[in-house]
Ligand binder design. Structure first.
Ligand code: ATP
Length: 233
């Protein structure tokens, strides 16, 4: 069964069509790539799937019924491209706060945050302010904060941007582990080699339109001459 079904979504900014009649399904437990150049409409699409924006037209089904942002928000983990950490807050407090926002009790939040800080070797950061961390370090905090409540749908917008190869691999391994454990993942990027390495299926978008949806190799073969020209590396 599909965890997510997106049907004919449209979103306009004034008269500009940022997302123009996009449909796709995501089977439960799969890693689904959203591939497109800058300005393709990826973030706008993700903001509709997370309930930040209402679509102007179209439907989103989550678990087979109409997506309800108020009810379904705790089932979703969204790591936005622009990140969302409070710079003046201490790193540990920040992670605890975000976990509780997602419905975890204080005790559960503390246990989970401790587990992940140990696993990612981040304990020495606990009392540092977020603004004292490098961009890559902040990204690790953001990733952990996104998965603490065990979302059934994890949405990652450019999760590797700014990460060194070691930390990118760490996050990549977690993505595979979460997928193995049944989490459905949407991975948004403009890098072909990242979707090739990580995703089961991809949706290629450009200028708000769906160009093709399919297996990674199928999309690569069909569009190989055009990918660089439209801005997908
Ligand atoms: P990137 O990879 O650069 O983040 P993207 O694929 O996520 O790009 P979007 O951010 O969804 O693309 O933007 C899609 C289109 O909508 C672009 O043409 C962009 O200029 C436009 N757009 C995005 N946000 C707004 C806004 N708040 N107001 C007006 N236009 C917007």
């Amino acid at each position: 069964m599909n965890l997510l079904e997106v049907q004919h979504l449209k979103k306009y900014y004034a008269t500009h069509k940022a997302v123009d009649d996009i449909s796709f399904d995501i089977p439960r437990g799969s890693i689904f790539g959203l591939l497109g150049p800058n300005g393709a409409g990826k973030t706008t699409l993700l903001r509709m799937i997370t309930g930040i924006f209402y679509p102007d037209e179209g439907n989103i089904l989550f678990n087979g019924r109409p997506f309800n942002p108020q009810e379904d928000i705790h089932s979703i983990g969204y790591m936005p491209e622009e990140r969302g950490l409070y710079k003046k807050m201490k790193v540990g407090e920040q992670a605890l706060y975000l976990a509780q926002l997602k419905g975890l009790s204080e005790k559960e939040a503390r246990e989970k945050v401790k587990h992940w800080f140990n696993k990612f070797d981040m304990n020495t950061w606990w009392n540092k302010k977020v603004e004292e961390l490098s961009k890559g370090m902040q990204q690790k905090v953001q990733f952990i904060s996104t998965i603490l409540h065990n979302p059934s749908l994890l949405i990652l917008d450019e999760p590797f941007s700014g990460l060194d190869p070691l930390n990118a691999n760490l996050i990549k391994q977690e993505i595979f582990d979460l997928s193995q454990a049944g989490t459905t993942i949407i991975f948004s990027t403009h890098r072909m080699e990242q979707v090739e390495e990580i995703c089961d299926r991809i949706l290629l978008v450009n200028k708000g339109r769906k160009l093709l949806e399919g297996q990674v190799q199928e999309v690569k073969q069909t569009f190989k001459q055009h990918l660089f020209r439209i801005g997908v590396g």
